[in-house]
Design a binder for this molecule. Sequence first.
Ligand SMILES: [Zn+2]
Length: 89
Amino acid sequence: MLEVGAHYRQDTIQLITAERALTERAAEALLASSPFVRCFPCLAIQLRVTERTVRDAAQIMVWRDDFGVERRPCYDCNRIERVLIGQKK
Ligand SMILES: [Zn+2]
């Protein structure tokens, strides 16, 4: 029982670490290309992760109030899409 609990904790720690790393990488990428913005599919390509993973990270970033979501033309694909915009604090 103790071993199962230990494995579960390890998995959870790895998941949290991966999540934190991605939100930081996404924030860095977005701020580096500012004022140009990228839609979620293009941001996913830039970060070499799935679009779903980017959207999950985006939810956390918006929830933290670091980024907001607006409709803007994407720098890469030119489609007008929902993009993350850094919040001026
Ligand atoms: Zn795009």
